[in-house]
Design a protein around this ligand. Structure first.
Ligand code: ZN
Ligand code: ZN
Ligand code: ZN
Length: 133
């Protein structure tokens, strides 16, 4: 009884027209069979996109849309995609402060004000009035 063989020696695996190597299958599908796995199309092994981030000079792991998590976020937020440093420079989270971060998301001044139980206000308020020449 002949099976419905379309071509001479092509693999019987799914979506495969490779040359038969063993068991009526190509080398890859024969391996799948030997391992007791279901035969799956070889194409499904190939990842559609590269694994890393699309941004040049960024080799972080892919997260979505072709970007790493950081760049994905930036992309979604409509921000410019630039190289992410190994360590982001953190600044005070108080609005319009922008000073260097010290702790708890605050700069030195705001951190101290927080610890002292004072309300957080613009830094300028804390500074002594500059002496006039
Ligand atoms: Zn095959
Ligand atoms: Zn990235
Ligand atoms: Zn601050």
């Amino acid at each position: 009884m002949s099976e419905n063989i379309q071509n001479k020696n092509t693999c019987a695996g799914p979506e495969c027209d490779r040359e038969v190597r063993a068991y009526g299958l190509c080398a890859t599908h024969a391996q799948q069979k030997l391992r007791g796995r279901d035969l799956i199309p070889i194409g499904s092994y190939v990842r559609p996109a590269k694994e890393g981030c699309d941004v040049e000079a960024c080799n972080r792991k892919h997260y979505g849309l072709g970007y790493c998590f950081q760049h994905y976020k930036a992309q979604r937020a409509g921000r410019e995609l630039k190289e992410i440093g190994t360590r982001e420079v953190r600044v005070c989270e108080f609005p319009e402060c922008g000073r260097k971060h010290l702790a708890l998301g605050l700069c030195k001044q705001h951190y101290r004000a927080q610890k002292a139980g004072r309300g957080l206000g613009p830094i300028r308020k804390y500074r002594k009035k500059e002496e006039q020449g």
